[in-house]
Design a protein around this ligand. Sequence first.
Ligand code: BGC
Length: 454
Amino acid sequence: MLDAEVRELMQPFVLSDYQVQEVYSRFCLEVARGLKRSTHPQANVKCFPTYVQDLPTGDEMGKYLALDLGGTNFRVLLVSLKGHHDATVDSQIYAVPKDLMVGPGVELFDHIAGCLAKFVEKHDMKTAYLPLGFTFSFPCVQLGLKEGLLVRWTKGFDCAGVEGEDVGRLLHEAIQRRGDADIAVVAILNDTTGTLMSCAHRNADCRVGVIVGTGCNACYVEDVENVDLLRADFKKTKRSVIVNAEWGAFGEGGQLDFVRTEYDREVDEKSINRAEQLFEKMTAGMYLGNLVRLVLLRALERKLIFKQSSRRPEFAGVLQRNEDVFETRYISEIEDDTFPEFASTRKIVRNLFGLEKASVEDCQTLRYICECVAKRAATLVAIGVSGLVNRTSNRRVIVGMDGSVYRYHPKFDAYMRQTLQKLVKADKEWDIMLSEDGSGRGAALVAAVASKSK
Ligand code: BGC
C-alpha cells in the first residue's frame, strides 16, 4: 500500500480533467497564433512551414545520404529507397563530444563533414553524386526546402555563430572545405518531419509526426490557406504543407504556470536555456530523470522513502552532486518491473546508493514517483497531439511517433491513448504508429520527393 503522504507529494503531477482541458485550449490558441502573421512574433508555438508539400507515395526509388543531428547521437545514413513502400538503411553512429556541443559552430560542422567523408569512403562512394537530406532537429525558420535559419539551440547544444545562420549553407561550406566528395545538400528537415514522412511511406493516412526523445516536438499537415508564413508561390499548386509546430517552447508566455511544479521551476532554473522550452522540460527525456531526482530528494528529506536506512543523508548527497545521476531510462525500467520481486528497481537502487536490499515499500514508492512524472509527460504530449489531430482536415488520422521515451517506456503509449480518447473529436478515427527510423528514411524521402517535384 502506498503511503497517503507519498500520494500527496505527487499530487502536483496529477493533472485534473479541468487542467487537461485548460492546457488543451491554451495550446490550440497558441497554434492558431503561431500560424497567423500578425500574432506569430509573440506566439510561442511557432508553427514554422517546412516547405515539404508532398507526402511519399511509396514508389520512391534511389540512393540518398542522410545526416541526423539533434538527439543523443549523430548519425550518417545511406538509404536505398526501393519502391513498393520498401527501403533499406545502412547507418553509422558517431559521438558528438560534449565540448563540440558548446564550442564554435564551425568546429561542429567540420566534425559532421569529417564523419560524412569517412562514411562515404567506407562505402566506396567517393566518386558518386549523392543527394543528402539533413535532419537537423532544432527550431529553424525555413526559407525553402534547403535553407533553414537556426532560431535557437535546444537540448544542451550551444555552439557559437550558428543562431540566425542557414545551417544548410554551413554544412555545404564544411563539405566544400574538405573537398573530398560530391555531395549536395538538397533538404533540411526536422526529425518530426522525418517521422511523419517515414510513417506516411507505410500508411497514407499519416498526418502528424511526434518525437518524444531527448527533446519533444511535433509536426502536422496543414492547409496552405492557414499558413500565413508560407511564401505565396508555394500556395498556388499545392493544397497543404507540413508545419513544424516547435511545441517544446509552449508555456514561455506563462500558459503552463498553473500546472508547473516547484520541481519544473528548478529544472528550468539550472538549465542552460532558462525560461525557454518549458513544455519540453516537462515531457522530454533530457529532463524527466532530473525531475524524478528532485522529487526523490524531497521524499528523502520528508522521510517518505528509505525510512529504515540511517544513510538517507548520504543518498541525498548522491542525488545532489550530479543532476544526470537518475537517468531517464531508469523510469522505463522501473515501470516495467514486476511486483513484488522488483529486480530492476533494486538493481538501480543498489547502483545509485549502494543499498543492498530496498524494501518492497521503497520500490513501490519509487515506482509511483516515476509513474506520476511519466504519466504527466504522456498526458501533455497527448494534449498537443489531440490539438493537431483535431486541426487536420482528414477524418482518419495516423500519428507517427518516435523517440526513446515513447519507444522504451512500457506505458507511454497507453497513457497517451487515455487522453487522446478524451480530447480527439468524436468524428475522427485515429491511431498511433511507431516510426521506423524517421530521421534517416524520412530525410531520404524528403530528398526524393523534392527531386521528383522538380
Ligand atoms: C527541438 C525540435 C526537435 C525536438 C525533438 C527540440 O528540442 O526544438 O526541433 O524536433 O527537440 O528532437
